[in-house]
Design a protein around this ligand. Structure first.
Ligand SMILES: Cc1ncc(COP(=O)(O)O)c(C=O)c1O
Length: 342
């Protein structure tokens, strides 16, 4: 099988497994796991923030941040195509009583003017707007790298109006590999940031949130409330440290593989890449103009040994990652081409 459903499907490499087996561990709920502490210190330094907190998943990381910042009845401004709005099971409402104000962000880029318009006035009838969420790279946007300047403009408006900014940086590493801006420059825009180790970096589990020491102290309590306090979790933090050292420098390879794939499918009659070319490792294809149904294409792909995912009524997503070669990406693209045009 060529599994290009997501960059989360990677398996730990032998080197990563060795690092996990040899990790020093302790009880992290008692703040006694040296490997977790090493990872948290390293990640806080990378982002130029005071502190970091290891959490089991990106979803928990985002939701711990929202809960820590907001109070029930507060409002969150975010892209209606964001991961938090689309794929986090309504948790902000269910666990934190937060109301989401989803705004349109053309080409996955949030505009400061639109945010300014969306912030509520101070009126007893209105919810209090508290948080603005950004996402970079943007998953449903097709791996789009949101320009730093636009993020700064949004943050400037939010901060001027007394709001906080949260950045869903599940794939912020891919943004850095493409844009040349640093992790610290992206993090400087946000009051809290979540990053994932279990996507392009190839770790089996784990995300971190970063922020001020005081914010992370409060977030640690929220993490416990959400059931995310973990014990001898240094075995997972070791995978994260290994990933930062060995897999962070190779992310640009995944972007090249995504481009090689795109070069083989661009010619398919009626198929549209969103965007074209793919800016990072995510390839989104709109099949509306091909006359084919996404469900039928996915079944035919599976029968031919290729796994992709549906991404809306007329769209498919493929993602390049550590465990797939450039040749396999090209083979998958050729098979897709045969299925649609054959
Ligand atoms: C942009 C973005 N944010 C958050 C997440 C959530 O991460 P997890 O699957 O670890 O909960 C994902 C997962 O794909 C994502 O793409």
């Amino acid at each position: 099988m060529i599994d290009i459903r997501s960059d989360t499907v990677t398996r730990p490499t032998p080197g990563m497994r060795r690092a996990m087996a040899e990790a020093l561990v302790g009880d992290d709920v008692f703040e006694g796991d040296p490997t977790v502490q090493k990872l948290e210190t390293r990640v806080a330094e990378l982002f130029g923030k005071e502190a970091a907190l290891f959490v089991p998943s990106g979803t928990m990381g985002n939701q711990v941040c929202l809960h820590t910042w907001g109070a029930p009845g507060n409002e969150v401004i975010l892209d209606y195509e964001s991961h938090i709005a689309c794929y986090e099971v309504g948790t902000a409402a269910a666990f934190s009583g937060l109301q989401l104000q989803m705004i349109e962000c053309p080409n996955a880029v949030m505009s400061a003017a639109r945010v300014a318009e969306a912030i509520r006035v101070d009126d007893i009838h209105c919810p209090q707007t508290r948080i603005v969420c950004l996402e970079n790279t943007h998953n449903r946007g097709g791996g789009v790298v949101v320009p730093l300047e636009q993020m700064r403009e949004v943050a400037e408006v939010a901060h001027r109006r007394g709001l906080v900014v949260h950045l869903d940086g599940a794939r912020i590493w891919n943004a850095v590999a493409t844009s040349g801006a640093s992790l610290a420059e992206y993090a400087a825009v946000a009051d809290s940031l979540m990053c994932c180790l279990s996507k392009g970096l190839g770790a089996p589990i784990g995300s971190l949130i970063v922020g001020t020491r005081e914010f992370i102290r409060r977030a640690r309590r929220t993490r416990k409330m959400f059931g995310g306090g973990m014990r001898q979790v240094g075995i997972l933090a070791a995978a994260g440290l290994y990933a930062l050292e060995h897999h962070l420098p190779r992310l640009a390879d995944d972007h090249l593989k995504a481009r090689a794939f795109a070069d083989c499918v661009r010619h398919i009659d009626g198929l549209r890449l969103v965007p074209d070319p793919p800016p990072t490792n995510i390839i989104v294809m709109d099949l509306a103009g091909t006359g084919k149904q996404v469900g039928d294409v996915l079944i035919a792909l599976r029968e031919a040994g290729i796994l992709m995912v549906p991404f809306g009524a007329t769209r498919l997503r493929a993602v390049a990652h550590l465990d797939v070669t450039a040749d396999e990406m090209v083979r998958a693209a050729q098979i897709l081409s045969d299925i649609i045009e054959g």
